[in-house]
Design a protein. Sequence first.
Length: 255
Amino acid sequence: MVGSLVGVGYGASERRARAPSRANDEQIADVDLKVNSAGEREDTLSGLKCADLVDAVGRVHRHRCHVLDLVSPTPGRVLFGPAAVISYYPSCSVALDPQRYNFANLFYEAVGDQPAGKVLVLASNGYTNTSMGGGTKLFRLQEHGLAGMLTDGRLRDFEELAGYDFAAYCSGEAMHWGGDVVTPFQANVPVVIGGVGVMPGQYVYADAAGAVVFPDGEVDEVLEEARKIAAEDEAFRARIAGEDMSGPSTGASER
């Protein structure tokens, strides 16, 4: 699992995605940014922040890709992997037979025969204050080696979840069981989490700042661009450290 990241604060106007600055080209030219294989992705993620990835996606796409206001029972852990999706629906035992529509069935349908390293995405469909699961149901993620989970709903049993190996991000902790309110309904369908569309197989990254979702066919390109952005920011910090207070400002293209 990827380790925790140390973030650097920026002003609101500095976080916008931007085109690479020509002034920094020479300073970042000698940085090896190429991601050659999926096996190198974890190393490539080291030192990156959610904001770097959001900006990298923003250089290619214009749609919203970031999810805000997440809480984690595993603070400091980074979540990364392809999405396996479960969409929830209001509970009705007459319309939705609990023998068919339950977490166990939908979980195995969603993760398939290669669950290791996947991110389970649970879409509450508006029930953001309802529990999507707790320590008992979600033990399946531990048993099958998932990277973790992301949901816009709540989770129960934070203390228990913190003892597992995977990372988890949600809207907050719950105490009440959610099965009387919502039911797992569909596996691997497009869903919306915090205003962001998530397709099965798309990649999810989450840390203390929030989450970002990007196309599975562009993973390496996004990681390469994010590394370049991180290198650009480091070059900006080096220039700021040597600034003459009476000299010209270079802040227009800073994040």
